[in-house]
Design a protein around this ligand. Structure first.
Ligand code: 13P
Length: 253
């Protein structure tokens, strides 16, 4: 399948940033996406879940969709402080990020748990955005492809399809640091992921969206988004301000 047939996804991960007053920025993003030229790709914002309900109003009538940043593996039950994929679906999320490196680090999430979370996202009828990426130590040891291949194999459920699953390659050392891999290194990582997806899922593997994440900014978005097998971006810091995020949305051709 030619790359051009895979519709890009530009997703913003707001992390632990977002109260009702930030709705102003979201409204600006939504307004910009209504205007010509319409975004070529899908646009998603994943704010903290407590604002999903009020934020729904802000994106109404725009192509911007909302998502979650994590979920529990169960639908409901005695899990104090957790939120389920069903609950996020109930208030309008269309996708949920799972296995972000900050959750793998802060909460000790393993590939097995991430896979179970992705299965819960699928069961709720939503898109799982499964994150993976190597640490700086692993990169320096030349282990990048080995590490991300193992994460892909173990974190991605068998029931995954190009429709219900997006893979986000986020080198841990590039997140929030202003540093990015070279274009060549991004291409190599994405090519490795593509090859393994095709091997496992057949022709459908060619259609999975592979996002790059880690210090994507207006200044580097065009170059990164034009690389082979890069079908969008997962953006942290630069998704919080419309003046940064809108140019990144527009950079997806
Ligand atoms: P930054 O864009 O702030 O580097 O964060 C990337 C990220 O972690 C998105 O999930």
């Amino acid at each position: 399948m030619p790359q051009s047939r895979v519709k890009p996804l530009i997703a913003g991960n707001w992390k632990m940033n977002g109260v009702r007053s930030n709705m102003r920025e979201l409204k600006r993003i939504a307004e910009a996406c209504k205007k010509a030229p319409k975004p070529r790709g899908d646009v998603l914002i994943c704010p903290p879940f407590q604002v999903l309900w009020p934020y729904k109003e802000a994106v109404k009538g725009s192509p911007v969709r909302l998502g979650g940043q994590d979920c529990h593996t169960s639908v409901s039950g005695a899990h104090t402080g957790d939120v389920s994929a069903e609950m996020l679906a109930d208030i309008g999320a269309t996708a949920i990020i799972v296995g972000h490196s900050e959750r793998r680090t802060d909460h000790g999430e393993t590939n097995v748990l991430v896979r179970a979370k992705a299965e819960a996202v699928h069961a709720a009828g939503l898109i799982a955005i499964i994150c993976l990426g190597e640490t700086e130590k692993e990169r320096d040891a030349g282990q990048t492809i080995r590490v991300i291949s193992k994460q892909l194999k173990e974190s991605v459920p068998n029931g995954s399809t190009a429709k219900n699953t997006v893979i986000a390659y986020e080198p841990v050392w590039a997140i929030g640091t202003g540093r990015t891999p070279t274009s060549d290194d991004i291409k190599k990582a994405h090519k490795a992921l593509r090859t393994r997806l095709e091997k496992r899922f057949g022709p459908d593997g060619a259609k999975f969206r592979l996002l790059y994440g880690g210090s994507v900014k207006p200044g580097n978005a065009e170059e990164i988004l034009a690389l082979d097998n890069v079908n969008g971006a997962l953006v942290g810091g630069a998704s919080l301000k419309s003046s940064d995020f809108v140019p990144i949305i527009r950079a997806a051709k």
